[in-house]
Design a protein around this ligand. Structure first.
Ligand SMILES: [Zn+2]
Length: 255
């Protein structure tokens, strides 16, 4: 793609990206106009705020508590920290459920659901969109969001069944496409099904994709191209709509 598109990477873990300043420069060069950096725990939430401050009006922070980082004893402290910083954030995330057995060893379903319900309650109270991880827990994650009467949410990197997807879309929630839209069957199926007005782009940087590609925000171009191929539409159409969606969902100014 020679033409530059104004793109938003709606989900990255910038504190984990190596040589971050260079990666951010490459993102700007590639046409990225904003990055949502998501926190996962107390430490990364602090870092998300710091990075966003250093890259004001380009990196926007969301604070959360990832299902991989839970304990009953630290839940309140994390909720308090998020609430204390509510004025400076564009969303609550990354939060969610993960029923993969490797995760369940450390965080029971009970703990995960209790934490997510509290975090969604906070999102509702603060009027912030929720950024939701839902691996193998799609139905439960959706039900908790709906029951919390969350108005705005994105189910990031959605790979779940189509019946849950339809319920997600029916509530006006978004799903986001990663680079796995190039090859991952369930993710491709979901992205094909979701209408453009309910779609965001992301990289989940610095996750590693097929063929050892370690993601950074400039790779949101790959997510764009994958969605364009799946939909049979010009990348420019996808770029314009997904950027408009992200600006509206996260209340970004000046993108
Ligand atoms: Zn993530």
């Amino acid at each position: 793609m020679d033409e530059k598109y104004a793109l938003i990477d709606s989900h990255a873990h910038l504190e984990e990206v190596e040589d971050l300043e260079a990666a951010i420069a490459r993102a700007r060069d590639s046409g990225v106009v904003a990055i949502i950096t998501v926190g996962s725990d107390y430490e990364s939430n602090h870092q998300a705020l710091d990075i966003a401050q250093r890259h004001n009006s380009f990196v926007y922070p969301a604070l959360g508590l990832h299902p991989w980082s839970l304990s009953f004893s630290t839940l309140d402290r994390n909720l308090q920290f998020i609430e204390d910083n509510a004025e400076n954030i564009v969303g609550i995330g990354e939060i969610g459920l993960d029923y993969h057995k490797s995760v369940m060893k450390g965080s029971s379903k009970e703990l995960q659901k209790e934490a997510l319900a509290s975090l969604l309650g906070l999102a509702k109270r603060l009027g912030k969109p929720a950024i939701i991880h839902s691996r193998y827990a799609w139905r439960d994650a959706f039900s908790l969001a709906r029951d919390a009467e969350i108005k705005q949410a994105v189910f990031h990197w959605y790979t779940g069944p189509l019946n849950v997807l339809r319920d997600i879309l029916g509530c006006g929630y978004f799903v986001s496409a990663t680079i796995a839209a190039e090859y991952h069957e369930e993710h491709r199926r979901a992205i094909k099904e979701a209408p453009l007005e309910r779609l965001l782009l992301e990289t989940d940087s610095p996750v590693v994709y097929r063929q050892g590609l370690r993601a950074e925000p400039s790779h949101v171009l790959r997510s764009l191209q994958a969605v364009a191929n799946l939909k049979g539409l010009e990348p420019g159409i996808i770029a314009a709509r997904t950027t408009e969606n992200a600006v509206a969902l996260f209340g970004l100014k000046g993108c």
